[in-house]
Design a protein around this ligand. Structure first.
Ligand code: MG
Length: 256
């Protein structure tokens, strides 16, 4: 009898998705700190100093095909997609750095080999530009040390871009940001994770369970308040993307 109960207990344990610790991703690098700026090389370095799981950053491609790091479609009013690199390369971030190229960013990122580089490719103005951006980014990533070291991950709000990344890089985690597709629908096209707004995951616990049962990851953004960080930990998401990576780490590591 004892033996049967033990085997039943073991079977139940095996059937449960493995509980994993919630990890921290620094949103646009660690920028809310002295000398830093969103999507800067300094923010990447400071994220590494904070020993987070990953640094997230945003990528646009210029008219002449240079991938640069920036969140908005424009830098200081210059629309990246409609401008040649030569005409925006001198543009400054708020900490005085010039706008980084993806090539520079990946090179710097590879120096911090324990940290993942979470590359968000922005949704460009046309489908044609979207696919061109994926190809340009894919080439740069394939040539990078960060890729060879297994540091790369891709995210996008654009479903087609995610699908294309999943097809080109079956070895790299790809997560979808737009919050409107079920885990099984994403899994079917090779996408490995959900990276949804925190309010969606707070109510779609079924998606969280479904994702974990399918071996997919769940990330939430942008989780800044202490109470939200703790709530997301309680729900059991795998990653939180935050503007407060040091505080988030502190909270998540409490009681371990
Ligand atoms: Mg982003």
């Amino acid at each position: 009898m004892k033996k049967i109960i033990c085997s039943l207990f073991a079977a139940v344990l095996l059937a449960l998705p493995l509980a994993s610790q919630t990890k921290v991703i620094a949103h646009r690098g660690f920028w809310k700190t002295e000398g830093s700026a969103q999507n800067s090389i300094a923010a990447l370095e400071k994220a590494a100093d904070a020993q987070v799981y990953g640094a997230e950053f945003d990528v646009w491609v210029t008219r002449d095909g240079v991938a640069v790091i920036n969140h908005n479609k424009d830098i200081n009013g210059i629309v990246i997609e409609k401008t040649d690199y030569e005409d925006l390369k001198g543009e400054k971030l708020s900490n005085g750095e010039t706008i980084p190229t993806l090539k520079e960013y990946l090179k710097e990122g590879a120096r911090h080999r324990k940290m993942k580089l979470i590359l968000e490719l922005k949704d460009h103005s046309t489908d044609k530009n979207d696919m061109r951006a994926v190809e340009i980014v894919a080439e740069l990533v394939k040539d990078s040390k960060a890729y060879r070291r297994g540091q790369m991950e891709f995210i996008s709000f654009d479903y087609e871009m995610c699908k294309k990344f999943a097809e080109l890089f079956p070895d790299i985690p790809v997560a979808y940001l737009n919050g409107d597709k079920s885990p099984s629908a994403l899994k079917k096209v090779g996408i490995d994770g959900l990276d949804y707004h925190k309010t969606i995951m707070a109510v779609r616990k079924d998606w969280l369970r479904e994702a974990h049962n399918l071996g997919m990851t769940v990330n939430v953004w942008t989780v800044n308040k202490d109470a939200s960080i703790l709530k997301m930990k309680e729900i059991g998401v795998d990653f939180i993307t935050t503007d407060h990576p040091v505080r988030a780490k502190e909270l998540l590591e409490q009681g371990e």
